[in-house]
Each structure stands twice: as structure tokens, then as C-alpha cells.
Design a protein around this ligand. Structure first.
Ligand SMILES: Nc1ncnc2c1ncn2[C@@H]1O[C@H](COP(=O)(O)OP(=O)(O)OP(=O)(O)O)[C@@H](O)[C@H]1O
Length: 238
């Protein structure tokens, strides 16, 4: 998982400071085409901050981030074009419907013939009947599902899903797993931040465990399965 030169996402010695707080303390990793990496760790470990940097929402304080060879600092717009991001909170316009969100995304990204794909995604995530309801009235899980749809709608080269399973029912989990599998099948790089170790293992083949802003382990996700995996994970967090 360390960068090999072929990685779609290539992070080298990333540091992020918010005043006195050092949220990310020099982490390095790469995600190859068709690969999915789980970002794991306790509250405050630095997962969302890492995701926000990759999404171009906040700048790195130090270090280098490359996406398909583009330097994130210099080519933020190019990187954003290649990326789909489901933030851990927010991201939806309360007074807009799912269909209006997708319409706007299609316009901004200049997508042609997007309507069938939009309908299929809404059905897959069981939001077909809610396509024309404003998102202000959505449950937490419905909002999460809509955010995953928006992140994956334009079939990005890099799919960033921050807590996509949080409060989502089994059907939504299954649909999200399909979106991750589809992205991998077309050669995208996927990063999934989650507290849910078992789902991380199902979704990803690599895991990066963060603690206090540092990477404490990088390993095949399969090493985190079952009771032995749970024990190994707990040991990394203690
Ligand atoms: N905008 C900010 N200003 C100040 N401190 C911040 C800011 N964003 C994050 N932090 C701090 O950075 C650290 C890492 O936060 P981050 O949200 O990245 O963790 P996380 O692993 O995603 O946690 P969680 O699992 O709770 O979502 C925390 O100490 C947090 O308080």
C-alpha cells in the first residue's frame, strides 16, 4: 500500500495542523487503481481530516499529495474533477430534492445522458420514491445513502467515502458495497473511512489504522477478520 509510482492516490508525509492541534502527523500511503483502502481508528484519529485533504476541502499543512500525478496543492481543480467525495456530515442542500442534486451535479460536471444512471442509482439505494422530496425531511440514513450516490454519480477515478455506513440499513450497506465494487472494477481508487471494522474488511482489501494522527498499521484487511482480527485491532488502538 505504500506508494509504488503507479498509485492513483499518493500521499507522502502528510501533516495537517489546526492551530495547536496536529490532526495528521506525517502519514504516507498509496492506493492503486482498482484497490480499496479502509481508514480505521477511534474518534479524533485523523480519518476525516485526511479525507478532507484528499477531497481538496482543506489544504495540507505539510507533505505531498498526488492524484493521478496531479499535485493537489497546485492542481486542486484537476484533482476535484477526478474525485467523488461523500463527507462525514452535511453536503446536501436541505431545500433541494435528490433529483435536483443530481441535475446540478450533472450540469457542473458536464455529464451527458445522465438520467438513466441517476434513476438506477436512486432505485438501487431505495430512494426512487423520495426522488422529488426535499432532503431536509430525510432521515440520517437516507442522507448518508444520498451522499454516497452523489459521490459516485460521475464515476470518479477516486472515490472517497467518509463514514458511508453510519446509521445505514442493510439494503443501504449492500448498495454501498456495490458502488465500491463497481468503482474498483473500472479501475478507480477507493478510500473508506469507518468505525465498523467488519464492514471495512468486506469493502476493502487494505487497511490503514490511524491513532492520534499517526499511522500505527498498514495491513491486508483480511488480517482484521473474526475474533483474532478484532483483538489485533483493539491492541492497535490501546
Ligand atoms: N477544523 C478543525 N479545527 C480544529 N481542530 C480540528 C478541526 N478538524 C478536526 N480537528 C481535530 O483534529 C483531530 C482529528 O479529527 P478528525 O475529524 O480528522 O478525526 P476522525 O478520525 O475523523 O474522528 P471521528 O471518528 O470522530 O470522525 C481531532 O482532535 C479534532 O478535534
Amino acid at each position: 500500500m505504500t506508494s509504488s509510482g503507479t498509485a492513483v492516490v499518493d500521499v507522502h508525509q502528510l501533516r495537517v495542523r489546526f492551530g495547536e492541534v496536529e490532526a495528521v502527523r506525517g502519514i504516507s500511503f498509496g492506493v492503486e487503481p482498482g484497490a480499496a483502502t479502509a481508514l480505521l481508528g477511534r474518534n479524533g484519529a485523523g480519518k476525516s481530516t485526511t479525507m478532507r485533504v484528499l477531497a481538496g476541502v482543506i489544504p495540507p499543512t505539510e507533505g505531498e499529495v498526488r492524484v493521478h500525478g496531479h499535485d493537489l496543492r497546485r492542481d486542486t481543480i484537476a484533482v476535484k474533477r477526478l474525485t467523488g467525495y461523500c463527507p462525514d456530515v452535511g453536503g446536501l442542500v436541505p431545500r433541494a430534492t435528490p433529483w435536483e442534486h443530481l441535475q446540478l451535479a450533472a450540469r457542473l460536471r458536464r455529464l451527458e445522458g445522465w438520467e438513466d444512471r441517476a434513476r438506477r442509482l436512486l432505485e438501487r439505494f431505495d430512494l426512487g420514491a423520495a426522488s422529488h422530496r426535499v432532503t431536509a425531511g430525510f432521515s440520517h440514513g437516507m442522507g448518508r445513502r444520498m451522499s454516497v450516490i452523489l459521490a459516485s454519480f460521475h464515476e470518479p477515478e477516486v472515490l472517497l467515502l467518509d463514514e458511508p455506513f453510519d446509521g445505514v440499513d442493510p439494503l443501504g450497506v449492500e448498495a454501498t458495497m456495490e458502488v465500491i465494487a463497481d468503482a474498483r472494477a473500472r479501475g478507480a481508487a477507493v478510500l473508506v473511512s469507518t468505525h465498523l471494522r467488519e464492514l471495512a474488511v468486506d469493502a476493502c482489501q487494505e487497511a490503514l489504522v490511524l491513532r492520534g494522527g499517526s499511522a500505527v498499521a498498514q495491513m491486508p484487511a483480511s488480517e482484521m477478520t473474526g475474533e483474532a482480527g478484532a483483538d489485533a485491532y483493539r491492541a492497535l488502538l490501546d
